[in-house]
Design a protein around this ligand. Structure first.
Ligand code: GTP
Ligand code: MG
Length: 297
């Protein structure tokens, strides 16, 4: 399946909600003022977020003349342009050798995303090694090994309960020795408590800075799109602990809450970098504002 087709398919639930909401706003026979008010409610209910919805509708109002509000095609096109402008961010340029640490609360899709990323980079001709930094959960490194096999990349792991920073140290040594282009680091989603987890992530960052200063360093937060607005709280918490370079939003295929992408992207300049639209190795792609908006409206 072409990459665009898989994205389009993955966004079906969100698209159904958006088109349903828009249709009911158009059918409402509202006056100009009411129309924009209803549209704002509709965006909010589609998880776009209060602030972002308000700003988008304000911009739309300025663009659209009185006589045009009944022309649904015209409005939809303007709305698309405005949303694209809102969420379009500078392309992520990865500098190699790259060290990419994947963080996020438990179950969001970190390990799966590592497998997909390993495949994504190998397809581009890059060499990849994975560090099994989740030493807390018993089955974590076995699960990661399955992904490493699928993606046909190397994996560095130590036993359960070992120090993740030591695993990362080993992986850096190996990446340097073999001139590997990309080191992907899996991390735990849950420790004994949240403070522990954040300290552990900081420690891994310190090791990377100390042992591999010449690498491009990236911290990506994996967020489950089905969590809706809670995503914003997670982004804030992790960004305070380790500077985030962006978000990877997973499980967009399983939710109608895809509007949350617009909200995350407009909050604190936190760009969505990749999106996951399924459980298979190919179900990940770099975020593209235009493709995304074309997939939901
Ligand atoms: N539908 C769908 N499922 C996904 C996607 N990404 C991950 N999953 C599923 O989400 C579940 C959890 O994924 P994991 O990769 O184990 O999540 P994790 O963040 O590593 O979990 P912990 O290690 O326990 O913190 C698995 O069943 C995955 O198959 C996605 O984009 N779409
Ligand atoms: Mg995991």
């Amino acid at each position: 399946m072409g990459i665009f087709k898989s994205l389009f398919k993955g966004l079906k639930k969100t698209r159904d909600v958006f088109s349903g909401l828009l249709a009911s706003v158009f059918k409402g026979g509202y006056s100009r003022e009411e129309f924009f008010e209803q549209l704002e409610y509709a965006l909010i209910s589609a998880d776009v977020g209060v602030n972002a919805s308000e700003q988008i509708v304000k911009k739309l109002k300025e663009t659209v003349k009185e006589e045009k509000i009944k022309n649904s095609e015209y409005i939809t096109e303007r709305l698309k342009e405005i949303i694209i402008e809102f969420i379009d961010t500078k392309e992520l340029v990865i500098s190699y050798p790259a060290v990419i640490m994947i963080v996020g609360v438990n179950g969001t899709g970190k390990t799966t995303t590592i497998g997909k990323l390993a495949h994504y980079f190998t397809k581009q001709g890059k060499s990849v090694v994975i560090a099994a930094g989740d030493t807390f959960r018993a089955a974590a490194s076995a699960q990661l090994e399955v992904w490493a096999k699928r993606a046909n990349v190397r994996i560095i792991s130590q036993g359960e309960g070992s120090d993740p920073a030591a695993v990362v140290y080993d992986a850096i040594t190996s990446a340097k020795a073999k001139n590997t282009d990309v080191l992907l680091i899996d991390t735990a989603g849950r420790l004994h408590n949240k403070a522990n987890l954040m300290e552990e992530l900081k420690k891994i960052n310190r090791i990377i800075n100390r042992e591999f200063p010449q690498s491009g360093k990236y911290n990506f937060l994996v967020i489950d799109a089905t969590t809706g607005q809670n995503a914003i709280i997670q982004a804030k918490a992790f960004n305070e602990a380790v500077r985030l370079d962006g978000i990877i939003l997973t499980k967009l295929d399983g939710t109608a809450k895809g509007g949350v992408v617009i909200n995350i992207n407009t909050q604190d300049n936190m760009p969505v970098r990749f999106i996951g639209t399924g459980e298979k190795i190919d179900d990940l792609e770099p975020f593209d504002a235009k493709k995304f908006v074309d997939g939901i409206l």
